[in-house]
Design a protein around this ligand. Sequence first.
Ligand SMILES: [Zn+2]
Length: 296
Amino acid sequence: MQCSRCHRDEIFFQPYSGLHLCSQHLIADVEAKAKKMIRAQGWLKTGDQIAVLLSGNQNSSALLYFLKKLTAERCDIRISAITVADCIGLHSNTSHAKRIAERLDADLIEVSLPEEFRIGTDTITGKKQDISSPQMLPASRSIIDMIAQQHGITKIAWGLCLDEAAGVVLECVIRGDGEKLVRSSSRQDGPLRICPFISVTATEVSQYAELCGCGDEPIPRPEPGDGLHKDTIAMLNGYTNNHPETKYALLNLGENLSGSPGGIAGLIHACEWYREYHCGCGNDGSIQIEVKNGAT
Ligand SMILES: [Zn+2]
């Protein structure tokens, strides 16, 4: 099949647009979506020192590549990377993160969290931590924020993509937890999170990473979350097979619920919270967050 935009062979089909894309036009499409999101949210400003949260996985590596490329001619913006060892929810491969940062000529801040914030055992009691506890979640973020601020970082770039963001919106709806999406105004402490790939599908980010030479050494992800989360993702993916635009509709819903002037900060905050929560869940199918309004 021929590319819809030129005479080259297609390597990728976009179900939601009906377009067949060659490698060059897939790269252009991904970068156009990321640039549009950055412009819409005002995420690049003179004087910014942006650190990419570099786990070593494809999304974070591709994001560092993209931001370095985007700001190559900008002397007023600095792009670096920050990597966190054994942090809940990040699944860092620090050795790969180091190689990626070196390859892309980015300074790397290495953070080693205190033992009590790592996945595993409680250093005081010796027992397994209840890392699903809501009290645990902001703590690891606070330490990352503190270290980033010590290095003069103004924004932290996170490789969040459309699939994860749409899944969180649907999960918030199913759990009756809409307030997570609308309290962005209360989350202005610490460096702002920016997510240029939030409107790009996971498959597209993966293809982009491969095409840009960032696709090696993928990090195996653990089984995510509790039973409700798994069912939500399975339902969303199944529904999207027949209605390819569904994840974009959910992203728009999340952005609208987050409201202005916060943009999609509330959605990003909800994604951050849920990612840490899901990674702290056991795989016993239990629902550890209560479904609100009479379902319990
Ligand atoms: Zn083409």
